[in-house]
Design a protein. Structure first.
Length: 222
């Protein structure tokens, strides 16, 4: 079943936040909102999104600092910075911090929506192939290509689990998070351990690292 794209909106102007929440929901996004940088960082690290819209001048944590922290933790979600700071130097600072696009305030709503559509198209095109330690995961064929080996076919759930880890390679996921992301119809998080075992059996033990007491992350190829 195809799901609506998930969007994280971080904006401290409550009136603008409510307006954009309504607009983006009507446009077909599932929107999570945050009114300060600390809440935005928490959501960005604990949930998966298709796109992020981020203000710069946020309470608690500045928007560009928030974005840099997400990138350092391996979160590669395409991000549009929406800010009243819109001179060329400000735009360069935003792009250098890891943003894929930058739009100054005040802005045209149709342009914002068009930029988000373009961001998602570019990201989806790039995300059809994800890097792994020693190879790549091809989402269209659900196969893994490793050096000196024939492609290895994965089941749908194996592919979904590996893709969740590969999309955010620096992030440690708890079993409960992976259960929600990949196995939402399962009752026990033991199913996560089972599918990690399946993937290691097919691809080798280094494809997924166990982080004791915390969960799993994409392997580092050691």
């Amino acid at each position: 079943m195809s799901e609506l794209p998930r969007l994280l909106l971080v904006e401290d102007d409550r009136q603008l936040l409510a307006m954009l929440d309504t607009l983006l929901t009507e446009e077909g996004y599932r929107v999570d909102t945050a009114a300060d940088g600390q809440q935005g960082l928490h959501l960005g690290l604990t949930r998966s999104y298709d796109v992020v819209v981020l203000d710069r001048g946020l309470p608690a944590i500045d928007g560009l600092d928030l974005l840099s922290r997400l990138r350092l933790r391996g979160v590669i979600t395409p991000t549009l910075v929406l800010s009243a700071l819109a001179n060329p130097a400000d735009r360069v600072a935003g792009l250098d911090a890891g943003a894929e696009d930058y739009l100054g305030k005040p802005f045209d709503l149709d342009e914002l929506l068009a930029r988000l559509r373009a961001l998602r198209r570019r990201h989806l095109d790039a995300a059809r192939s994800l890097p792994l330690p020693g190879g790549r995961l091809e989402l269209d064929t659900r196969s893994v290509t490793l050096a000196d080996r024939d492609p290895v076919r994965l089941s749908e759930r194996e592919c979904d689990l590996l893709a969740a880890l590969a999309t955010r390679p620096g992030t440690v996921f708890s079993r409960r998070q992976l259960l929600s992301l990949v196995f939402d119809d399962a009752e026990s998080d033991a199913v996560v351990d089972t599918y990690v075992h399946y993937l290691r059996r097919k691809l080798g033990r280094t494809v997924i690292d166990t982080v004791r007491g915390r969960g799993y992350q994409l392997g580092r190829g050691r």
